[in-house]
Each structure stands twice: as structure tokens, then as C-alpha cells.
Design a binder for this molecule. Structure first.
Ligand code: GLP
Length: 244
């Protein structure tokens, strides 16, 4: 089933996304969530934290797997996705340490392959991801699966596109050249997917994802082959799919 929800603005998109996730947490005692980082999901995390503070949402039975992490990167680096998750979610809700997972950007280079295999194994051992939440890059990337990525990839070490590094590390010295990311196959194996896109710089990627051909040039277009995806976009991100 494919649903497209167009919301008036970022606030409404975030509220809807948070409710979508909250419902899964409330209705599934052993829920396994795949989680994104980035600017887009930040407000949805705020709403989830609010529900928790209002005693509406209990994270003690939730398991999470993050999509990706830069490599190499120290946990305390202000750009690390670990630090993002700690500040946005881990420190603010009762999600047990042993239930939260994120690729480790401090893994020794020689151990990375094994780390990636372990990450996949841990996902399988939980029974798989029930709901994978995704953002989208301007070039249509999901996780750090850049254009051209093979469809059968599992969690792996990837080289970042120069534009992606520039976009994320503008002005900072010594940016990481790589990332560890769930692969397209890992993402497609999730039972259900929720993709969030906000702002006009995402409008073209949203159009290519929903209307374009399924192509490795736009990794998110592959979601057209997944049977259970909800796209939540605000009016700006949805501009090219609304009018005509
Ligand atoms: C990064 C992440 C993606 C994310 C994308 C968009 O590259 N690896 O998972 O979806 O950027 O980020 P933002 O929401 O900040 O635009």
C-alpha cells in the first residue's frame, strides 16, 4: 500500500510522523524501529519526547536501529549521528541502553566488515524492523546509499559523495570520507516504511521518488517496489507532485 500525506508545514509533518511512530510503540509490545538522523526528523523526536514526558509513551520495550553513521568519527564529535541520537532521543526517554543500536564510527578499520555483519545479525535476531523511518537526500539517497548503489546491499562501508560531505561538513576541517549505512536490501526488508521530506530543496527528489522510473540513480525510487510505504511531505517538498 502506498500513501502520500501532504501536510501544510514542517510542524504538521512532524506531528503526524510522531503520532505514526507513537501508535506503533503503543500497539506493538516488541516494536523494532529503524531510525534516521538529520534536520528533518528532529521535530518529530521532540514530539515523541513530549508524549513520553506526558506519560503517554513508554520506550522500555522499544528496540531501535539507526540507519547510518559517519566513518571514522568520534562519538563526541558534534556531527556524529551518535551524538545527535543521544541529544534528540536517548537522553530524553526511557529507551534501555541495550535496546538501542547505531553503527559505531569508532570501529577499527579492520573490524568494520565484521561490525556490519553483526549489525545485520542483530536486526535479524530481533525478528526484523517493523517500521523504518527515512529522510531523503537532495540526490535521492536514503541512509547513505548514494546514487548508483546496488539494490542487494546490506549494512556496509560506503564512500560519501563529495557534495554530501560538503553539504554536511561545510567549513569543518578533516571531514570523514566514509559512512557505515544500512543497505538498500536492509531497508527494503523492513515490514513498513515511513519517509519524511520537508522543504523545497527536496521537491525534485520527492518527485523522482514517487513519479520517476525505479532506478539506482535515485535510490529512494526503489521504494516503489515496497508494498507498505507512507510518504509524509510538507507542501514545499510536495510542490512538484501536487500541482499539474
Ligand atoms: C543524510 C543522512 C540521511 C538523511 C539525509 C537528509 O545524508 N544519511 O539519512 O535522510 O541526510 O538529511 P536532512 O534531513 O538533514 O535534510
Amino acid at each position: 500500500m502506498k500513501r502520500v500525506e501532504v501536510k501544510d508545514n514542517y510542524e504538521e509533518l512532524s506531528r503526524y510522523a510522531a503520532r505514526f511512530v507513537a501508535k506503533k510503540i503503543i500497539t506493538n509490545d516488541e516494536v523494532v524501529l529503524g531510525l534516521p538522523t538529520g534536520e528533518t526528523p528532529a521535530k518529530a523526536y521532540d514530539f515523541l519526547v513530549e508524549y513520553h514526558q506526558e506519560d503517554l509513551l513508554d520506550f522500555s520495550h522499544v528496540t531501535t536501529f539507526n540507519l547510518d553513521e559517519y566513518f571514522p568519527i568520534k562519538k563526541e564529535n558534534e556531527k556524529s549521528f551518535y551524538r545527535y541520537m543521544k541529544e534528540e532521543l536517548y537522553d530524553r526517554v526511557n529507551l534501555p541502553d541495550q535496546r538501542r543500536h547505531i553503527p559505531d564510527g569508532t570501529t577499527p578499520r579492520t573490524e568494520v566488515e565484521r561490525h556490519c555483519r553483526d549489525y545485520e545479525r542483530k536486526i535479524s535476531e530481533t525478528g526484523g524492523i517493523d517500521l523504518q523511518v527515512l529522510g531523503i537526500g537532495e540526490n535521492g539517497h536514503i541512509g547513505f546509499n548514494e546514487p548508483g548503489t546496488e539494490l542487494d546491499t546490506e549494512t556496509n562501508l560506503v564512500r560519501l559523495n563529495r557534495e554530501t560531505v560538503k553539504e554536511k561538513f561545510e567549513g569543518l576541517s578533516d571531514p570523514p570520507a566514509h559512512a557505515i549505512t544500512m543497505g538498500i536490501k536492509t531497508i527494503m526488508q523492513s515490514d513498513e516504511i515511513l519517509l519524511l521530506a520537508s522543504g523545497k530543496r527536496k521537491a525534485e527528489a520527492v518527485e523522482r521518488t514517487l513519479r520517476g522510473p525505479v532506478t539506482r540513480d535515485c535510490p529512494a525510487s526503489v521504494l516503489q517496489l515496497h508494498p507498505n510505504v507512507t510518504y509524509i511531505v510538507d507542501k514545499e517538498a510536495g510542490a512538484k507532485i501536487i500541482k499539474e
